[in-house]
Write a protein that binds this ligand. Structure first.
Ligand code: ARG
Length: 715
């Protein structure tokens, strides 16, 4: 068995004939499987210049940015470039009506003015190792039920080694649904400071209206700096830390891009699901996605009302609003494009082919039937998870109440007083932050509407018994009942006021907590899920796991000459392709580059999403573009490539054939929003800010030529 699996792990990555644009490749394996093709496409570097362990290489300039994005080092003094939307939270939380850097922009005049961002970190990959053999060997004889726990144990065995001197950190990643395992060794830096940002009318130009769409005109970038101790080692924040000297930093290309130019993107794609079964797609289209959208709609509308009324409140809610809105639109687009591109039918066809191949092969023959059986059991309860996570726990105050779950567990019958006290401490530590951006009146409306949606869309026999208590509230219609119930909760719960919450924490009591209407409600919904539905969700996951693993293995056996790449899983990957225009629909052609002309066309001072700073308008009128303009005198803004990226790649460098930075990736396009499930060669594009626009915005708009001076600009 072990032998078979190993040969399959090798098969997985076998050679020839792949489309260059599709694929998020593991850097360690580029030399073996992709390098020749990359060269044929226009790469001029050696394989060692892309990824090397002993000498510096491109990988040393790529950072995993705060867990959700990518950044790149662009100066010998640890300057990091990433997206504006990746720095958004740091920028917004450093803004007040008196010093509003979110709206006005900011550039530090010197190191002393850079703003330390508490909690922010970046990690740089030191090396990657294939641990498939070892992990699969250790898993032999382990049942499916015990597999997750056993895997954690094996991971720990491998990564504990790095804890000894604490210099590096090991993280394991499962690939190909559990057919391969890789170790990533990181160096993690935690003293990260904000260097600069354009105003959000530039960094988020086009707002949610333009989000996920091309043609685009957003200057989506911000800048940070990595600080290290005197020995250039990673260290916690200290005022006398110094700018980090990287092993490699990317030179900035001033050459500009043309259609067909080679382009590769290095970064940390978060999650794709390219081996999803047709049933999962059907469920997403019919149930899960529309539910997420409806639940997020409620939050967005209520927050927007608050944000429109008051600048200070807008600053407090902006970052949360942006992140909820981003995936609200994502799920609208994903659903629309999965339908348009008939992704379900495509999967059905692939599955039919798989079944042909599987006939008479005991290891594959029952895979798809077993998947269908698992879905038959799961489908009726699938929305429980969505309603809990995006609904009940999406209500801010409910989230706060749920932070006392560990207290309740340990305080009940005085089970573990120390643990109970610890839980109170943890909740208290979070309260300053929570109450500074808590808007009970908006929250109250959100709660009422979410409960009503739950009531209408979850079958009655799946409701918690507590629903009856809620429905005892006054009101002629259910809507009125939920509204009155929510009103009562926010009037009576101690979670609704910081002072009352702190008072509770001073003298916590299990009895008092259970009597709190907010806690009682959250507890009722959560327990309902935990006792009745979580076991079914777990059973579904356990049933699907081995089938997905066999399915991927079977696909590889079916296509022995194809090179497979694993799904994104927040590990370092490289995708290569070229600058490329596309035709979104019949008779429409989208060019590959936008310019500042387009910003002016979209400009509308009455619409906050399309407003622009006066200084940018002036620079445009004066055509004061410095050396950053295009040959025809226009100022480039964004361009598209056919690279294969997803969320997490935000901020990733777009690099030319000579290893120079030509742009940074910041989005995907509408016509290929189904891309996390199926890569569509015809439609899928990556949207990038042109690096020349970034330089122009720092130098001319930001008045910070000293920052540009730190970089290595090459023609
Ligand atoms: N769609 C982008 C991404 O996920 C984020 C864009 C943020 N902008 C916005 N208008 N919400 O990478």
């Amino acid at each position: 068995m072990k032998k078979l699996l190993y040969s399959i792990a090798t098969l997985l990555l076998l050679s020839t004939g792949v489309k260059a644009d599709e694929g998020m490749w593991i850097p360690l394996l580029l030399k073996k499987y992709n390098y020749e093709q990359m060269k044929a496409k226009g790469l001029k570097l050696t394989a060692e210049q892309l990824y090397d362990v002993n000498n510096s290489s491109l990988k040393d300039a790529i950072v995993w940015f705060n867990g959700g994005c990518t950044g790149e080092i662009i100066s010998s003094k640890g300057l990091v470039l990433t997206n504006h939307h990746c720095g958004y939270d740091a920028i917004a939380s450093n803004s007040t009506p008196g010093n509003n850097i979110l709206d006005n922009g900011f550039w530090a005049k010197n190191n002393g003015e850079e703003k330390p961002i508490a909690g922010m970190w970046v990690s740089i990959v030191q090396r990657i190792e294939d641990k498939t053999d070892f992990v699969i060997g250790q898993l032999s004889g382990v049942s499916e039920k015990d597999r997750p726990a056993k895997l954690q144990e094996i991971y720990k065995k491998i990564t504990d080694e790095f804890k000894k001197d604490g210099k590096f950190e090991g993280q394991m990643r499962e690939m190909f649904k559990g057919n391969a395992y890789y170790l990533f060794v990181f160096q993690k830096f935690t003293d990260i400071r904000l260097v600069g940002t354009p105003p959000q009318s530039v960094g988020k130009f086009g707002g949610d209206a333009d989000n996920w769409m091309w043609p685009r005109h957003t200057g989506d970038f911000s800048m940070f700096r990595i600080y290290a101790n005197k020995n250039n080692e990673a260290a916690g924040y200290a005022p006398d830390n110094i700018p980090y000297t990287p092993k490699h930093s990317l030179p900035i290309s001033m050459k500009g891009v043309k259609e067909g130019d080679y382009a590769m993107i290095y970064g940390f794609p978060g999650r794709t699901n390219r081996y999803e079964f047709s049933q999962g797609i059907d469920l997403a289209i019919e149930k899960v996605n529309p539910t997420i959208v409806k639940l997020r709609d409620i939050r967005l509308k209520a927050w927007k009302e608050v944000m429109d009324k008051n600048e200070g409140d807008r600053l407090k809610l902006s970052a949360d609003y942006a992140s909820i809105a981003n995936y609200w639109k994502y799920f609208i687009g994903q659903t629309e494009q999965m339908k348009r591109l008939k992704v379900y039918d495509f999967k059905k066809e692939s599955e039919a082919k798989f079944n042909e191949f599987a006939k008479g092969k005991p290891q594959y023959e029952s895979v798809l039937a077993n998947v269908e059986n698992a879905y038959v059991a799961y489908r009726p309860i699938a929305l429980q998870r969505t309603y809990l996570g995006e609904g009940i726990l999406g209500v801010s105050m409910n989230g706060m109440a749920s932070s006392l779950f560990p207290y309740a567990t340990n305080a009940k019958d005085n089970k573990d007083t120390a643990a109970a006290n610890k839980a109170i401490k943890a909740a208290l530590a979070n309260s300053e932050d929570f109450y500074s951006s808590f808007f009970p009146s908006a929250d109250e409306k959100i709660l009422a509407q979410i409960l009503e949606l739950y009531y209408n869309n979850i079958p009655a026999d799946q409701h918690p018994a507590y629903m009856a208590v809620i429905l005892k509230s006054k009101g002629k219609t259910t809507a009125e009942k939920f509204a009155n119930y929510a009103k009562m909760v926010y009037a009576k719960s101690f979670f609704a006021s910081k002072a009352k919450f702190e008072e509770f924490c001073k003298a916590p009591s299990y009895k008092k907590l259970m009597a709190d209407p907010c806690y009682a409600m959250v507890d009722a919904f959560y327990s309902n899920y935990l006792t009745k539905y979580k076991p079914q969700v777990d059973a579904f996951t356990a049933a699907i796991g081995p089938e997905a693993r066999a399915y991927v293995r079977g696909l590889m056996e079916m296509n022995p000459t194809k090179t497979f790449y694993p799904d994104a899983n927040s590990s370092l990957r490289l995708t290569y392709g070229s600058v490329q225009a596309y035709e979104p629909k019949d008779a429409v052609k989208f060019d590959y580059m936008t310019t500042l002309d387009g910003v002016m066309e979209k400009y509308n001072p009455k619409d906050f999403e399309f407003n622009a700073p006066q200084k940018l308008l002036d620079l445009y009128t004066a055509k004061d573009f410095g050396n950053y303009k295009r040959e025809d005198g226009k100022m480039p803004v964004a361009f598209i490539t056919n690279n294969d990226i997803t969320g997490g790649n935000s901020g990733s460098p777009v690099i030319d054939g000579e290893g120079r930075l030509i742009g940074l990736a910041f989005d995907g396009n509408w016509e290929a929003m189904s891309g996390d499930i199926v890569f569509d060669e015809k439609y899928k594009r990556t949207i990038n800010v042109d690096i020349r626009y970034v330089m122009f915005l720092i130098d001319k708009l930001g008045g910070a030529p000293h920052i540009v001076g730190e970089m290595n600009l090459v023609k």
